[in-house]
Design a protein around this ligand. Structure first.
Ligand code: SAM
Ligand code: SF4
Length: 329
């Protein structure tokens, strides 16, 4: 098992497949100038599958989420998913994507064994989308969502980050739209993980703001702690159910005590937390001929050192060097 000194057990592995992206969301990436990881430093498809195999067979990982950067940009994605879903024990698999290209790939991803997708969509307004992501691709995301739903990659969840002065008033519209189309809406508080280090605690839209805004149109009833488990999203039943809405309040209501994650970056580094300032190199071990058992031991040791919490609201908090796109969100 991947256990830490606070007794938390990691069963959920996030695998970043690339640090590259076809959008430039302002809360994530700068317009230009971000250095990409060098190709030889990226794990190969075989290396990724081997590490996931070690994770499920020797370390108790039950769920694998592929992310990035934009994971749909990884050429070998379908093959990786095929091989990961053929592992024993078979992990649950999901993909976090901006949805661009999903129209073309959703059916193939489903056929490869992918269980479900989370699609990021912050706004229903194409002009605001263009400002937020610096690309005019709103239509592609909407079509991607539809294709994911049609392919049965369900429940399709929508992740939205609300930004002050841009889309902060859109929470009720996004939720109403998601309910209409059969998606599960979640809001994520903006975190200090942008490459430009421009995050400000004062200006951010908080979970409290989001809930207040939603309550102007919907009746929200909290789901019990039992249903939440280790999931980062706190969920509410909308107008008595069955529809739900989730809020991931990493900044104002952190869930570190229940965290069950471990992360693998596209260049083969283990991170025990999004906000970790240290990484453990698995790529070096892989490429120097370490056995599966040796790699599992290094991973366990890294996990043992996981910190109690991210401490985002703590004045001594230091933003990690790597941005969200390079860690894998
Ligand atoms: N490109 C894919 C996407 O956008 O879904 C996957 C990677 S992205 C880094 C994963 C998630 O992180 C997205 O839902 C995105 O909105 C979120 N994200 C990125 N930067 C963030 C930040 N600074 N604060 C909160 N969420 C952020
Ligand atoms: Fe790309 Fe996702 Fe970051 Fe937006 S949030 S720039 S889609 S990696």
């Amino acid at each position: 098992m991947l256990i830490d000194t606070y007794g938390r057990v990691a069963t959920d592995l996030r695998v970043s497949l690339t640090d590259r992206c076809n959008l430039r969301c302002t809360y994530c990436m700068p317009e230009e100038g971000l250095q990409w990881l060098a190709k030889p430093d990226l794990l190969t498809d075989d290396e990724i599958v081997r590490l996931v195999d070690i994770a499920v067979r020797l370390l108790g990982i039950e769920e694998v989420r592929f992310t990035g950067g934009e994971p749909l940009l990884r050429p070998g994605l379908v093959g990786i998913i095929e091989r990961v879903t053929a592992l024993a024990p078979r992990p649950q698999t999901s993909l976090t994507t901006n949805g661009i290209g999903l129209k073309r790939t959703a059916a193939a991803l489903k056929a490869a064994g992918l269980d479900r997708v989370n699609v990021s969509l912050d706004t229903l307004r194409p002009d605001v989308f263009k400002t937020l992501t610096r690309r005019d691709r709103h239509k592609d995301v909407i079509e991607g969502l539809e294709a994911a739903h049609a392919a049965g990659l369900t429940p399709v969840k929508i992740n939205s980050v609300l930004m002050p002065g841009l889309n902060e008033d859109e929470a009720p519209d996004l939720l109403a739209w998601a309910i209409e189309y059969g998606y599960e809406q979640r809001f994520i508080e903006q975190m200090p993980l942008d490459a430009q280090h421009g995050w400000k605690r004062e200006g951010m839209v908080t979970a409290g703001d989001i809930l207040a805004s939603l309550r102007t149109r919907f009746d929200l009833t909290p789901e019990g702690a039992d249903e939440r488990g280790s999931a980062p999203a706190e969920r509410w039943l909308v107008d008595g159910g069955p529809h739900r809405v989730g809020v991931i309040a990493s900044v104002t209501r952190p869930f570190c005590a229940a965290c069950d994650r471990t992360r693998l970056t596209a260049d083969g580094q283990i991170r025990t937390c999004l906000f970790a300032t240290e990484e453990t190199d698995l790529r070096g071990a892989l490429r120097s001929g370490a056995s599966d058992e040796e790699i599992a031991r290094i991973w366990k040791l890294a996990m043992w050192g996981k910190k109690a919490g991210a401490g985002l609201d703590d004045p001594s908090f230091v933003q990690p060097d790597r941005p969200m796109s390079a860690i894998g969100g």
